[in-house]
Design a protein around this ligand. Structure first.
Ligand code: ZN
Length: 276
């Protein structure tokens, strides 16, 4: 469903993030070898800045891809619904990509999540470091700084690869849906509908969101919300820390938003009432 450009940018994003995260792990290992604590004093601001710089360069481009996709979604006669759609298609220059509103939303998202990304990586470094410091060999001997540094370097590639893949997937979908949302708002769409990728990877939380409709000025979930679902016998909870104006709902969420033409709901309601 996502256009090629979004997938290509996601690949670049993944590689660049991995490189950046690896550099942070390497920095920590070098500090340990020099007899310093693993995390530099300024890690939160500096590492977060490295992350934001990369995402800011790529996310708006993906947002533009999302806005184009949204436009195609509205112009698709089989999906767009009847004559009311024509009234929505007050399309100006198709090259007007609504860059400013997309940038504003991408910045707001990064402001909310960027420091968390850094802290998560730092927490992993600190955890491996602390475990290595506490370790004692068969004769009670401690590890040398060099051995501790090696442990950080050893876990880094797999950890950073997974993190980079997860963030690239999730932020690509965030940017894509931001672009779609901005485009819908520009075309006076008033109601949005959640749609899953409709494949086996859809989690029960997203399954529960499938088909949920909101007004475009609202959020699917406010900040700090907890979503609760019944999954068989088990009650499952998802903490939606940063709120959810549009998908993704969680890491690796591949859901999208569709435009809803409000007059359709009215027509359906009238049909129902005549049946009764
Ligand atoms: Zn999802």
């Amino acid at each position: 469903m996502r256009p090629k450009i979004a997938r290509r940018l996601m690949g670049q994003m993944r590689r660049d993030l991995n490189k950046t995260f690896l550099a942070h792990f390497t920095e920590a290992a070098e500090r340990i070898r020099a007899g310093l604590p693993p995390l530099p004093m300024d890690y939160d601001t500096r590492w977060t800045r490295d992350y934001v710089r990369q995402q800011k360069e790529k996310m708006p481009k993906i947002g533009i891809a999302g806005s184009k996709w949204a436009l195609a979604e509205l112009e698709e006669p089989t999906k767009a619904i009847g004559e009311t759609v024509d009234s929505l298609l007050v399309v100006g220059d198709p090259e007007d990509f609504l860059v400013d509103p997309i940038n504003i939303k991408v910045d707001a998202w990064l402001e909310k999540v960027a420091s968390d990304v850094t802290k998560r990586n730092a927490a992993q470094i600190q955890k491996v470091h602390d475990e290595a410091v506490a370790y004692r060999g068969p004769n009670g001997e401690a590890l040398t700084p060099s051995q501790i540094a090696r442990k950080i370097e050893k876990i880094a590639p797999e950890f950073t690869r997974h993190r980079a893949r997860m963030i690239a997937f999730t932020d690509t979908n965030q940017a894509f849906n931001v672009g779609a949302r901005v485009r819908y708002a520009d075309l006076n769409v008033t109601v949005l509908e959640w749609m899953t990728s409709e494949d086996d990877a859809v989690c029960p939380f997203c399954q529960a969101m499938d088909g949920v409709k909101i007004r475009i000025e609202d959020s699917f979930w406010p900040e700090g919300a907890t979503m609760t679902i019944q999954d068989g016998d088990v009650e499952r909870r998802l903490n939606i820390k940063h709120g959810c104006e549009n998908p993704p709902l969680h890491p690796f969420c591949g859901c999208v938003i569709l435009p809803v033409i409000e007059t359709l709901s009215v027509a359906v309601t009238q049909d129902d009432s005549t049946e009764i």
